[in-house]
Design a protein around this ligand. Structure first.
Ligand code: AMP
Ligand code: GLY
Length: 423
């Protein structure tokens, strides 16, 4: 099998690391990749949204499977692009077609989907420029805090949670009239605030069958004690200790099954990962959002816990034979801590030399924003490296990750020292 992974983060290094372990693998490529993927695969300088270049490369290199890491190319229709080309249509693309990727591409589309299939989620209404005053009126019928969501993709920044009514009404006007999030806020979803604890669950589906992957919890804020600005994610833990068997049973019957059935009923072609952002209110699960890909850094704890040949698993997705695959999950816990560039998620410097990586033995080093330069590994992004560890308990795993981080160094390096402490 020849496989091409699209993306350049910790998620993609983790997928590449797992794929590289398969005896079924012949050639492994990552576009564009990072310094970590360069050591186990061939990095190809291609943009993940340059479908023409990706198609041409796939033909020339007899690619069998394309694994799409980030949401952008999916929402832009990379799967459809392959299906519409005689020479590419037999290639398995892991990731939904454009129509189904709307589940992440449009919050309103996702809400309507959940309503149609009776999947528990916060009550909502959506508004446009023409109905902005009705939106302000609707806000007066809700209790604080107010949740405003830009309908489209806004790089994880399109959700505002506001305590004050007047401020929420002003923000609604800014989003709809002043295009605060550009085209993404042409429509705004206003929803009921749900008070609970968040976790994520991951499903891999072939459109008909599915397998449920381990749960994970990520830490979104930059500061300790979950304070400060939102980031892509500063660390993750799997499994989630507060998601017991009874709760997971509810997730399966009330959320996962109706979601996969919903894809079929609505004719949404879906072969790929579904990332379901959940909130546990009392003892009941509600859906906060769907993403049509794996999470980052959740992948860095979920994928290492799978005891399966990932190439075989992706083949089964492509051939709609996931029912024939049995998925074993390591009982040991996994944790990951993100090491980031000082200043992130605001301005930060790149090009700092990273040392000590080769001295880390008790953890797995997944690269995110790194690049190779003259044999040196340099920082090349906000999130730089994820340090994943396994242990019988998540407490021990976290301890291991922190011990490993002590061996790592680069100028202005930062990480949260409290990952998992709230559990
Ligand atoms: P999203 O981009 O939809 O994941 O939203 C970003 C974050 O906003 C989530 O991770 C939650 O912390 C929070 N959030 C979104 N919707 C709600 C809601 N209805 N109630 C409470 N918190 C929410
Ligand atoms: N860690 C959250 C995400 O990948 O969207």
């Amino acid at each position: 099998m020849n496989i091409l992974v699209l993306g350049s983060g910790g998620r993609e290094h983790t997928l590449t690391w797992k794929l590289a372990q398969s005896p079924l693998l012949k050639n492994l490529y990552v576009a564009p990749g990072n310094a970590g993927t360069a050591t186990i695969a061939n990095n190809i300088a291609m943009n993940v949204n340059d479908f023409e270049a990706i198609g041409k490369f796939s033909k020339e290199n007899n690619i069998d499977i394309v694994v799409v890491g980030p949401e952008d190319p999916l929402v832009n229709g990379i799967h459809d692009y392959f299906l519409n080309d005689e020479a590419l249509k037999e290639i398995h693309v892991i990731g939904p077609q454009k129509k189904a990727a709307e589940l992440e591409g449009s919050k309103e589309f996702a809400k309507k989907f959940m309503m149609r299939h009776n999947i528990p989620t916060a009550a909502y209404q959506s508004f446009t420029k023409d109905t902005v005053e009705a939106g302000c009126e609707f806000l007066t019928t809700l209790n604080a805090p107010y949740v405003l969501k830009a309908d489209g993709l806004a790089a994880g920044k399109g959700v505002l949670i506001i305590k004050d009514l007047k401020e929420a009404q002003d923000s609604l006007r800014e989003m709809l009239i002043d295009a605060k999030f550009g085209d993404a806020s042409t429509k705004v979803v206003i929803e009921e605030f749900l008070d609970g604890i968040e976790l994520s669950c991951f499903v891999l589906t072939d459109g008909k069958n599915y397998v449920t992957l381990p749960t994970a919890k990520d830490y979104k804020r930059i500061g300790e004690g979950d304070t400060g600005l939102n980031t892509g994610g500063m660390g993750a833990v799997s499994p989630v200790p507060f998601a017991d068997a009874e709760f997971l049973e509810k997730v399966e019957t009330r959320i996962i099954k109706p979601t996969i059935d919903g894809f079929q009923k609505d004719n949404l072609p879906y072969k790929g990962f579904v990332f379901i952002g959940l909130i546990k209110v009392g003892n009941d699960p509600f859906v906060i959002e769907y993403n049509v890909r794996l999470g980052d850094p959740e992948t860095e704890v979920v994928i290492p816990r799978l005891e399966v040949d990932l190439v075989e698993l992706f083949q089964a997705v492509g051939n709609q034979k996931l029912d024939e695959v049995s998925l074993q999950i390591k009982s040991a816990a996994a944790t990951t801590i993100m090491v980031v560039s000082g200043g992130y998620p605001e301005a930060y410097e790149k090009g700092k030399e990273i040392t000590g990586i080769e001295t880390i033995e008790d953890s797995i080093v997944f690269h995110a924003g790194t690049k190779l330069n003259d044999g040196k590994v340099l920082t090349n992004g906000g999130r730089v490296i994820a340090i994943t560890s396994h242990a019988d308990t998540y407490e021990e795993a976290i301890k291991k990750s922190y011990q490993s981080i002590n061996k790592l160094h680069f100028d202005k390096m930062y990480y949260r020292k409290d990952i998992g402490f709230d559990l």
